[in-house]
Design a protein around this ligand. Structure first.
Ligand SMILES: [Zn+2]
Length: 214
């Protein structure tokens, strides 16, 4: 016995999520041209709690009506619908409800020509240069009102103006210049070089990332 969704509810789920997969790290479009004269769909109205006993996230306490209700459905692409059922521990009920909610909000905004811009993924940047970013985080936690830093050699003397400026050294960090370029590309820092000293500032987004993720 499977408590399947009504056809009208399947369509409604698709429309509520703007025909996009509700997985926030996927968000692919689930309808489009088939390349010929027709159209194709890769969308699935997936059950949050399984439609039948023994299925993923099955909840014995739900009635058949609740299981087949649109409230228990989430719009996903075929790949993600398989993913959430194959890896249940990573995709519990509350996560799927959150995906659904976010997807509906995004579709709501998109319909009004607004969009949610996801901030840069500094976690990825941190994976590329963990030691440097750990040092930046330590500095910033000690001096939360400082944004400026210089890069150079430990042997160079630098006459500061008295204000706090962080410094990172070539001796401690391989490819430091290249890392600066990557940080700039991620929007983590901006260059403010003057007086021949390579000087940068943390962006507020990146400073917040360093503060909250410590
Ligand atoms: Zn997907």
């Amino acid at each position: 016995m499977r408590d399947n969704f009504k056809k009208t509810d399947v369509n409604e789920l698709a429309r509520q999520s703007g025909y996009q997969c509700s997985n926030p790290s996927c968000r692919r479009s689930t309808v489009g041209s088939d390349g010929g004269e027709g159209s194709a769909s890769i969308g699935v109205a997936a059950h949050i709690c399984a439609a039948a006993a023994g299925g993923p996230r099955f909840n014995v306490d739900m009635t058949p009506e609740e299981r087949s209700s649109i409230k228990n459905g989430i719009w996903l692409c075929q790949t993600c619908s398989r993913l959430v059922d194959a890896d249940v521990p990573s995709h519990p009920v509350d996560i799927l409800h959150e995906w659904k909610k976010l997807s509906e909000i995004q579709a709501y905004l998109a319909l009004r020509n607004l969009e949610v811009v996801q901030s840069r993924n500094y976690i990825k940047l941190e994976h590329k240069m963990p030691e440097l970013i750990a040092e930046m985080r330590e500095d910033l936690n000690k001096n939360p009102f400082t944004r400026e830093f210089i890069i150079g050699s430990k042997n160079w003397s630098y006459n500061g103006s008295g204000k706090t400026v962080f410094s990172y050294h070539f001796e401690d960090h391989e490819h430091l210049q290249g890392k600066m370029t990557m940080c700039e590309n991620y929007g983590a820092i901006v260059e403010i070089t003057f007086n021949n000293v390579e000087r940068y500032e943390f962006t507020e987004d990146f400073a917040e990332y360093l503060e909250v993720s410590s």
